[in-house]
Design a protein around this ligand. Structure first.
Ligand code: MUC
Ligand code: MG
Length: 367
């Protein structure tokens, strides 16, 4: 069970259509595949999707920090020394995605070594989650078309709508069109990625007050301390902290300061070990939780659903599990399938998925 090597392999897979939101846009999955090797010949894998517009990590930066800073501190430890790994990686303040991928690849290797799924090791609550699809910026007609296709083809009935544009009417028109086009049976919520001010957010939420929204996420920056508190205090639905609450300490600060009333857990940035801590904190504080999407491919989505299905609190709401459908291809030997609005946790050992060597060879960009 001793870790002998960690690989960081950059790869690129194009998107069929870009995903646009208030803080950036993604045209291709330019991610890093992390592999943890052990002296038993086991290989654990996880995906590291850099989000430069949010956390400052880049694909080249991920490879460099894993190879030169993190791997040398981890090689030689065993798979069960996960708290030692957590403490060593935690000396570095930033680089959440690099740390998360190493952590999850270690859990994958542990699950493979023990021949058990990581979801069972983590909590084993259920084997599936309802799926929420995230809709990026477009015209009202195009976004209604996409949501309708997701509902008709995959049975998805929960949608997170990206907002935060100017004028705010661009986005409120989309949400209204979605409600009118899809009817009252679908669940709709909004995510602003900090694009609006507190007062713009308040105006937009007032304009949409008849549309039955269930959550509002990061509409304005948490650093607008008093404005955000003023906004959150007047809403009658939970306000989700996503990029403002990426660690248990940030969750505590944001919630106690009135900047949020619900939390997005993303395994892509807290791995399994950090997500466990955030989950337990949210449970103790009585906060609602959403399993969020860092614009993950299938490997990242398999991690999200494995963690989300492991607990009652994280599996209660639909998880954001479908945006890999926009990718032109993926790395797995067997594709994840969303049917009847649900994604079942892959049942194999570890994260439960296998990397297709030919696909990796075709898409890796390190020569
Ligand atoms: C989200 O929930 O914000 C967009 C940027 C990012 O880092 O994650 C996505 C989705
Ligand atoms: Mg978000």
């Amino acid at each position: 069970m001793k870790i002998t090597r960690i690989d960081a392999i950059p790869y690129r897979i194009g998107y069929r259509k870009p995903l646009r939101f208030a803080s950036g846009e993604v045209h291709a999955a330019e991610h890093v595949l992390v592999r943890v090797h052990t002296d038993d010949g086991v290989v654990g894998v996880a995906d590291a999707p850099p989000r430069p517009f949010t956390y400052g990590e880049t694909q080249r930066g991920l490879v460099a920090v894993i190879e030169t800073i993190f791997a040398p501190q981890i090689v030689g430890l065993t798979l069960v020394e996960r708290e030692v790994v957590h403490a060593r990686l935690g000396r570095t303040v930033g680089n959440p995605v690099a740390k998360a991928a190493i952590d999850m690849a270690i859990w994958d290797a542990l699950g493979r070594t023990l021949d058990l799924p990581v979801g069972d090791l983590l909590g084993g609550y259920t084997d599936r989650m309802r799926v929420c699809h995230m809709l990026g910026f477009d015209t009202p007609a195009a976004m209604v078309d996409e949501a309708t296709r997701m509902r008709d083809v995959h049975g998805i009935s929960v949608f997170k709508v990206k907002v935060g544009r100017h004028p705010v009417g661009l986005d409120t028109a989309v949400v209204r069109a979605l409600r009118e086009g899809l009817g009252d049976d679908v669940e709709l919520y909004v995510d602003g990625n900090r694009g609006w001010t507190a007062s713009e957010s308040a105006r937009a939420m007032a304009e949409m007050s008849d549309l039955g929204l269930t959550l509002a996420e990061e509409l304005c920056p948490a650093d607008d301390v008093l404005g955000r508190k003023w906004l959150v205090g007047q809403l009658d639905i939970p306000f989700v902290a996503d990029e403002s609450a990426t660690t248990p300490a940030e969750v505590t600060r944001e919630v106690l300061s009135g900047a949020a009333t619900a939390i997005s857990i993303k395994t892509a940035r807290t791995g399994f070990t950090g997500s466990l801590r955030t989950h337990h904190l949210c449970e103790g504080l009585g906060l609602e939780v959403v399993m969020g999407n860092q614009i993950d491919g299938q490997l990242g989505t398999a991690c999200t659903v494995a963690f989300g299905a492991a607990f009652a609190l994280t599996s209660r709401r639909a998880g954001e599990l479908s945006n890999f459908l926009d990718m032109s291809d993926d790395l797995l030997t067997e594709s994840l399938t969303i049917a009847d609005g649900e994604l079942v946790v892959p049942s194999g050992a570890g994260i439960g998925v296998e990397i297709d060597d030919d696909k990796l060879a075709a898409y890796r960009i390190d020569g």
